[in-house]
Design a protein around this ligand. Structure first.
Ligand code: ATP
Ligand code: SF4
Ligand code: MG
Length: 367
């Protein structure tokens, strides 16, 4: 069956924040390369999960998608049209269709506004969606849709629990009947017991309203649960992308393998058997990323080529003819499957990673 056209198509997205010096005469001395060449597609009704360590640029991608920030370069096509070039009414119309759900339900809701006013606020900016006389009814309907009591429309955010507040945020995100929702860590601030309820609610709403999601999180288990496809980010770039099975069961990029090997495994036997990959060192500064492969300062497989040549996000040559899920995009010169990740079978040993390679990289590194 032919695949549907993407609803969102991101190409070579770059967002740099200038670093300046001087008080009177500000001079640019560099740039924080928060997002540095990210490409992906989102198809109608699909959920794309984006994972990666803190500071890798996930929220920056999210903000550019919903036009809270303009990218430095690159394109974001919504239904075929590059929205980074739009302004005025055309931009306003697109903003209606792509909504964001924020991370922290404690700070993202105005404490002085009632729930009704919070959920109905988007209608002030887009009055064409709901005539004034109909807004109250719609707000009550939205509260019901997200599992809240419509009778509580006049309450204030502090009168709700964290999970309920996130439901308010989701109701607000739905008010304009968007096609795409960008959810930036929507459950990270919630108790584990409440996380599943909110994720289940989002899945139900997706089916009910035909929504497409970009779902950002650092919890790999939650991302697997909700995502059809996953993109793994490291230092401003996507290093590996594929279906949930491809990424979780057949990762070929060392960074993904390391991330997965750190996921807690509930089964004690599997925990015993699995191999953990311990990454040493901190994530390098996005103002001065390493040459070649950005992961090379923490990668146990780094060789000279890794310092010299930027690995492209594509199906690695070794897997081009493979008939297995290992055949997916991975930005690594030496991509290979590791037999033991995320609780799979294998010898019970840790894989310590030695310090960063010498400048320019030299020879194979111990594993
Ligand atoms: N307005 C800004 N000015 C300068 N640097 C910024 C700005 N916003 C973000 N950054 C930097 O860009 C990088 C990416 O930040 P971003 O918030 O996108 O990361 P993240 O992946 O969402 O992290 P987290 O998981 O902690 O939310 C970080 O190094 C951050 O310090
Ligand atoms: S390209 Fe080299 S440094 Fe980068 S992930 Fe692959 S082996 Fe490691
Ligand atoms: Mg973030």
């Amino acid at each position: 069956m032919p695949r549907a056209e993407p609803i969102l198509e991101v190409r070579d997205l770059v967002r740099h924040y200038p670093l300046t010096r001087g008080v009177l005469f500000r001079k640019q001395v560099g740039a924080v390369k928060a997002v540095d060449g990210v490409s992906f597609e989102l198809r109608p009704g699909e959920t794309l999960g984006i994972v990666g360590e803190s500071g890798c640029g996930k929220s920056t991608v999210a903000r550019t998608l919903v036009n809270l920030e303009r990218p430095t370069s690159g394109s974001i096509r919504y239904q075929g049209e590059d929205i980074t070039r739009l302004s005025g009414r055309a931009l306003k119309a697109v903003r209606r269709d792509i909504q964001m759900v924020f991370q922290d339900p404690y700070t993202s809701l105005n404490p002085r506004m009632t729930v009704g006013d919070i959920v109905g606020e988007p209608y002030e900016i887009h009055p064409e969606v709901a005539p004034k006389g109909d807004r109250r009814r719609r707000v009550r309907e939205l509260l019901e849709v997200v599992g809240l009591n419509p009778e509580h429309v006049n309450r204030y955010p502090h009168q709700f629990s964290g999970g309920q507040r996130q439901r308010i945020g989701i109701a607000r995100g739905l008010a304009l009947r968007p096609r795409v929702i960008v959810a930036d860590e929507p459950v990270s601030a919630l108790d584990v017991s409440v996380q599943a309820q909110v994720v289940n609610l989002m899945e139900r709403l997706q089916d009910e309203f035909g929504l497409s999601y970009v779902f950002i999180a650092h919890d790999l288990s939650i991302v697997r649960h909700i995502s059809d496809r996953v993109g793994v980010m490291y230092l401003g770039r996507i290093v590996e992308t594929g279906t949930d099975t491809e990424i979780y069961d057949h990762p070929t990029h060392p960074y993904t393998q390391a991330l997965l090997s750190a996921v807690p495994v509930p089964d004690p036997e599997a925990r015993e058997r699995r191999e953990r990959i311990l990454l040493s060192g901190d994530v390098p500064s996005p103002a001065d990323p390493p040459s070649g492969c950005r992961f090379r300062t923490r990668c146990w497989k780094a060789r000279e080529r890794c310092a010299l040549e930027v690995p492209l996000l594509a199906v690695p040559a070794a897997f081009r003819d493979a008939g297995t899920p290992a055949r997916h995009d991975s930005a690594c010169h030496f991509a290979e499957e590791l037999p033991v990740v995320a609780g799979g079978a294998g010898p019970p040993r840790d894989r310590p990673v030695p310090g960063p390679p010498p400048p320019g990289g030299s020879g194979p590194r111990a594993a």
